[in-house]
Design a protein around this ligand. Sequence first.
Ligand code: SAM
Length: 380
Amino acid sequence: MASNTPQNFRVYGKPGSGDYGSSMGEQNTASIDVRKEKILDIVDTIPMRDKGRVFTIGDYGTADGFVSIPLIGDIIGRVRQRQGNIPVQVMYEDQPTNDFGSLFKRVYGLIPVPRTYLKDFSDVYVAATAAGFYQPVMPPESADVIFSFLAVQYLSKPATKFQDSFHRYPNATPEESRLVAAQAAIDWETFLLLRAKELKSGGILAVSMPADDPQKRVKGLRHCVQNPEEDMLKMWRRMRDEGKITQEEFVDTNFHRCCRYLEECTAPFTESNSAVTKAGLQLIDAELVYLPSMAHLRWRERLEKEGVDDRESWARTVIGQHRCWSNWNFIRALSNTRSSDEKEALVDELYERLEREAVETNPEEYLNDSLLAFVFARKV
Ligand SMILES: C[S@@+](CC[C@H](N)C(=O)[O-])C[C@H]1O[C@@H](n2cnc3c(N)ncnc32)[C@H](O)[C@@H]1O
């Protein structure tokens, strides 16, 4: 089935150069590592019934594969311990505009970081699809493990036009919040029903996404990477008020995503008459998980060990990470009466200002921690 041209995500950087992993890789690998043992323990429960079958792993919304390569290697290791030299198929999935060049370079070792599992295991077959995860991706009952990290917050289509916020957090109106919650619920159920079809009986699904938690149950955190998100909005408003961008361009700057509440993640499994449960997908566990900012930890370690308070490289790293995923949303919103150079200069200015402001901030007071919702499910 043809997909619409994806509007929700484009990596900032040069295609084929691994820019996603280079800027987001450290933080996002940590955001898998924080629950890696749990994922592997659940993988250990997948039944290995038929000799000679193929073990199939799907990574949906993979970007350039950086963060999942080590996990895939670990899964293959665990599966081979139980089932000898079973052939393994890895299916990478993302959108047509994804940087698949970088993905293949990483998986086949042309970009050698992280070490690819293909160096350690033979009889592993790699393929990729750009179906988009709101469409069928793999044939029915073909997958043993499907995971998707930090991707399902992106919605299949814009839910509304936020007038004074980029998405639900922090300043959506009640009506905007209602509309985006409704679209996010439809998309999440669609995603789960599709995966229920694709998984073999006994297969597992592991999903993480950036979360929002009005109840602030984990370390008092309200939202994943709270300060950078708030600062981007404040700075873009300031640039509008200074006349650098128009009000129309400001309102056109929307992130087509929804950072769900934990209860929104579990609802399709728990509501009465659940279509997802009827499709055979059962919740194993769902939880909110805290993860500190790795850039912050490195800054603090250097300060404590060497007495060096290097706020410049901390700010550069942090703003670079957030530019990687958010840049496209600003470029896309700027009027086509502007040249590409003009658009790029305005967006450069946004991030330069954010970096200058961050340097003046105390990293200890800057909430860049991740708040993640993890969902684990099994196809019965
Ligand atoms: C923030 S990145 C996450 C990448 C990686 N999984 C990680 O953990 O760092 C989000 C990814 O989701 C992809 N994505 C967004 N919407 C998608 C869709 N409808 N179908 C497939 N991939 C999608 C984007 O293209 C992007 O590669």
